[in-house]
Design a protein around this ligand. Structure first.
Ligand code: CAA
Length: 325
């Protein structure tokens, strides 16, 4: 491509982005009822994020099917949902059958294709591995309805890469819907879009996010979107402070809670989100992320590699920067 052609393409992409933002900025789209388009949602991955997304969707009246590789994973996801719903029921004084009434909207299966056959929206929240996500979505593409929207809950990969094996029509209906941990509590959902994404699809998804009681923000398809693009370097700086021996883990956490008003210190947060999650993000960015590849900040340190290989993944494994019962 000549330099003037590539400048034109870049200008077109920018203009398109501005059109999307102009179309959506400040508009609440009260005319859009997402339930007329989306009634059945298939969610892939019963881990912390997948089960959290199942919960908030079912709580808001959607029929949800949860898929995972093993029944044991599904059982553990459903157990987490039941525990979280029971906590909310106690706190908000819900009637005795409230938890069960939400659980009845959730079905589950280990049959990958059956889970999405009648879905209007698919959200994948499987392990943060590009080829696993690509293969999963291209497999689902063979049976999903043509109108079905595909979404990835990736925390670090580009939507364009996750959608790379999909046909053109499906790719245009693919976005990121990025939730935050703990999903039941955190109000934000990032909607990340590609240059060719239809603004009408974004308007629908904004309305859907509002309908499940969350607040949407839009971001172009860039590594880490908004939150992780800022949070990951912050976590890395915290780790380097400790690795250099400048301060202790406990003092860094106390400092950020009491000095910056954060609800958790960076080490408490990394333990909650999982050290493996942060590690996969850093490896992906250091390896190939546009503008970030080979940036030495994102090269996992030997100390971090050591923790991962020892299985110190945070709360979920009982030990990370802190030890948990
Ligand atoms: N289900 C239901 N309710 C829950 C819950 C769950 N899983 N977890 C917490 N809660 C409720 C509690 O019941 C409590 O409710 P009340 O205040 O009404 O009593 C409330 O949330 C606060 O919880 P706690 O009192 O137990 O503890 P806390 O005040 O320390 O809050 C926290 C916990 C909400 C997690 C808070 O510490 C916080 O906001 N931390 C930061 C979390 C964060 O930054 N998340 C984003 C991580 S990045 C990410 O997820 C993206 C990625 O790609 C990795």
């Amino acid at each position: 491509m000549s330099s003037s052609a590539s400048a034109n393409a870049a200008e077109l992409a920018l203009r398109r982005q501005h059109q999307i933002l102009d179309h959506l900025r400040g508009e609440s789209h009260p005319e859009i009822n997402p339930k007329t388009t989306i009634s059945h949602i298939a969610i892939y991955g019963a881990g912390i994020m997948g089960s959290g997304i199942v919960q908030v969707a079912a709580q808001s009246g959607y029929q949800v099917t949860l898929w995972d590789v093993t029944q044991a994973n599904i059982d553990s996801g459903i157990h987490a949902i039941r525990t979280s719903l029971s906590k909310i029921a106690r706190k908000t004084g819900q009637p005795a059958d409230w938890v069960q009434s939400i659980l009845t909207r959730i079905s589950s299966t280990t049959d990958q294709l059956a889970a999405c056959a009648s879905a209007d929206l698919v959200i994948e929240a499987v392990v943060e591995n590009l080829s696993i996500k690509q293969d999963l979505l291209s497999h689902l593409d063979t049976v999903a309805k043509p109108t079905c929207i595909f979404a990835t809950n990736t925390s670090s990969l580009l939507v364009a890469d996750v959608a790379a094996k999909l046909n053109d029509e499906r790719r245009q209906r693919t976005v990121a819907l990025h939730f935050f941990n703990p999903v039941a509590v955190m109000k934000l959902v990032e909607i990340a879009y590609m240059d060719g994404t239809d603004p009408a699809l974004l308007a629908l998804l904004k309305a859907w996010v509002l309908d499940i009681g969350k607040v949407p923000v839009l971001c172009r398809d860039t590594p880490g979107f908004i939150v992780n693009r800022l949070l990951v370097p912050y976590n890395i700086e915290a780790r380097q402070l400790v690795e250099r021996g400048d301060a202790t883990i406990e003092d860094v956490d106390t400092a950020m809670k009491l000095g910056a008003g954060y609800p958790m210190g960076p080490f408490e947060l990394m333990d909650m989100t999982g050290l493996d999650t942060g590690y996969h993000i850093m490896k992906a960015w250091y390896g190939a992320a546009p503008g970030l590849a080979k940036d030495p900040r994102f090269k996992p340190s030997p100390e971090m590699e050591q923790m991962i290989s020892s299985g110190y993944l945070g709360r979920k494994s009982g030990r990370g920067y802190y030890v948990y019962d």
